[in-house]
Design a protein around this ligand. Structure first.
Ligand code: SF4
Ligand code: SF4
Length: 352
């Protein structure tokens, strides 16, 4: 028992020393009965445990991003923190391997199962960091489905290591301690409608239930957060995407919409922040991070949440200049800006 306890303390200490703000341990027992993305044996047949941890995103760059004043800060920070989280996972996995325990690092994001119907495009992760995180007490599941924790809100990045080592599981946080008051601002700030407003999903792991708003088709978030389109149905505000292609009402219409918007996506100039983000699923593989509203808005302090919602919805609409630069203008100016374009350039942003 002492050996298990010592190793459990060591793995948590290792990730905290690397820059994590919270670390937890889930086991095949504590995850029992969970959805397929909690099956540790999918990535390691002799798995017994997983170490999951969180790193914070930089709060100082969030509000200028939401006000559509600065896109670079969030993009650079997001990329770097994802890389750091994945690096810590690799470091821990190699430490465990050196100590004689099989271990597999699961990178923070953008990795999907290939052996399921739809392959990569199913977007089913090998392991769900967020389910492991809430089961092992790193944070709560907000109504958004994002993992939330004080004082960072949902502005965190998660990563995990699955291992054959036997480790001591950590307990979930008490449900009543969650700051999520179901304010629904995450839903209001989502132009894609990913989160159902009237249905919840409940997952049970190791006999404990966790609920959040049912996620409708993931292609919704791909379409908007991925930057294929960004104009809210009110036409009063947008994400950082300058594309104004219609955002469908029905799930069935998203795949055709994505396919139709893909050539324009590929041909629009990308931003150069000196740290390009590559993603295997987007046309051309270059991704500019344009939304994340549900994540960045969700702060423990409701006044901050409301303020951030106002920033998103009162900062206008993004357009792209001929030199590729993005800027936010009023909804009317955006219409005028598009009207001055030659048809072939305008087709990069909207349907005639
Ligand atoms: S924005 Fe509000 S409803 Fe959504 S997860 Fe955060 S606290 Fe919960
Ligand atoms: S990242 Fe943007 S599009 Fe995706 S669910 Fe969150 S708010 Fe909606």
């Amino acid at each position: 028992m002492d050996k298990i306890k010592r190793l459990s303390n060591t793995v948590k200490d290792l990730v905290m020393g690397g820059g994590a703000i919270a670390a937890g341990i889930a086991t095949t027992q504590t995850l029992k009965g969970g959805p397929p993305s909690t099956e540790l044996t999918y990535v390691l047949p002799n798995a017994r445990s997983a170490v999951v941890f969180a790193l914070p995103l930089d709060q100082d760059v969030i509000e200028s991003f939401l006000k559509k004043e600065d896109m670079a800060g969030v993009n650079i920070n997001n990329h770097r923190v994802n890389t750091m989280a994945s690096g810590i996972a690799l470091e821990l996995a190699e430490y465990l391997n050196m100590k004689g325990y099989d271990a597999v690092p699961i990178i923070a994001n953008a990795v999907y199962r290939k052996d399921v119907p739809g392959g990569l495009y199913s977007e089913l992760p090998p392991i769900s960091h967020r389910y492991l995180a809430v089961r092992s007490g790193i944070g709560h599941l907000g109504l958004s489905g994002n993992v939330i924790m004080e004082p960072y809100g949902a502005a965190i990045i998660l990563s995990s290591v699955v291992t054959a080592a036997e480790l001591m599981p950590t307990d979930p946080l008490p449900h009543e301690d969650s700051y999520c008051d179901e304010c629904r601002l995450c839903m209001a700030a989502c132009a894609s409608g990913l989160m159902s407003t009237d249905e919840k999903t409940t997952v049970t792991m190791g006999g404990i239930d966790f609920s959040y708003a049912r996620r409708r088709l993931y292609s919704r978030c791909d379409y908007v957060c991925g930057g294929f389109a960004g104009l809210h149905s009110s036409k009063e505000w947008s994400t950082w995407s300058p594309a104004r292609f219609p955002i469908p009402e029905n799930d069935d219409d998203f795949l055709p919409a994505l396919l139709e918007a893909a050539p324009a996506y590929k041909n629009r100039p990308k931003q150069d922040f000196g740290c390009n983000i590559y993603h295997p699923l987007v046309p051309g593989n270059r991704l500019d991070f344009t939304c994340g509203h549900c994540q960045f808005l969700c702060h423990p302090d409701k006044k901050v949440r409301k303020r951030r919602y106002e920033m998103i919805t009162r900062s206008g609409v993004v357009v792209q200049d001929a030199d590729g630069r993005l800027k936010a203008v009023s909804p009317m100016e955006a219409v005028e800006h598009l009207a001055t374009m030659a048809p072939e350039r305008r087709a990069l942003y909207e349907k005639e």
